[in-house]
Design a protein around this ligand. Sequence first.
Ligand SMILES: *Cc1c(COP(=O)(O)O)cnc(C)c1O
Length: 371
Amino acid sequence: MDVAAVTAVLQSDWLTQGPAVPLFEQSLATWSGAAHAYAVSNATSALHLACRALGLGPGDRLWTSPNTFVASANCALYCGASVDFVDIDPLTFNMSIPTLEAKLAHAEATGVLPDILVPVHFAGQPCDMKSIAALSKRYGFRVIEDASHAVGAEYDGSRTGNCAYSDITVFSFHPVKILTTAEGGMLLTQQPEIAVKLELLRSHGITRDSKLLEDTSAGAWYYEQQDLGYNYRMTDIQAALGTSQAKRLPEFLSRRRTLAARYEKLLTALPVTSQLQHPSTLSAYHLYPIRVQGTETRKTIFDALRGKGIGVNVHYIPVHTQPYYRRLGFTWGDFPAAEAYYREAISLPMFPGLTDAQQDYVVASLAQALE
Ligand SMILES: *Cc1c(COP(=O)(O)O)cnc(C)c1O
């Protein structure tokens, strides 16, 4: 099915952004309930565009979670803005709302409130978006959901991507994520003013739209560069793969949720903790992270499982501890909950093709390594 979709594009008149791109955008806009969706080259460029569309620039501030991939923070630096982090909840591994509240109150007193907050739906579980939206109204910051892990997740009965509690939502279609286009990302928004900016910035800041042109008299060849944009377009080849993958989203989610429920049951007897699932959320289960007790235990178990050919991983090395971020002034100890989580974290294999028998083997191997 995926192969046929890509072959059809190769035999068509279009290779780069053509008719397959809006079809893919429409499929995810419809799925999630967003009014506008823009496919781009990857989620990193999507985060950059989101920051640009919200006007982030030098002197501005963006806050995100330290328990994420570096791209959630780097987007601020691309814009010349500064980054800070909000420590995580030790049970959900998502940004802690009490910590966010305390940090905002302190920032207000010292005049350093953030311009943008980037909550990250870690492992596929949405953050507490109602609390975040209430705080954004009170303190005047904008919200970009980094939903790279959370295509197909639900919060309070509605689908992630509908931006009910944010300005923009970003999806990733990197091969390890829920859906793939090889490389790819998408921006979703309900706000027409943001949509216009995203469309412009995605392609060099250039428009041919007669409603937007400053000079309407020139001729049919005419276009205008109205802002400093980028070439962050997705190709039709990628979009055709995306549309084909999106048709299978319910099947992918269902299998991931079944696997998560099986892990939960199989792990009850073991001295490990799974991510607490908040009752108002339904995770897309991009990852299945667990905590084991102690840094030494983590390393022993990780090596034992890898030694058996089991594809365990660690998500994430806290962003502020990366050498680049330490050179900006961050240091170990700044965000203790994210660091404590990191020392004990292992992501167990989680993908729709994982069989029950393979999952049983993972858990048996984990039990053996913990003995
Ligand atoms: C994968 C990922 C990204 C970046 O996605 P790309 O599409 O590879 O650029 C950003 N944020 C998070 C949380 C991710 O997991």
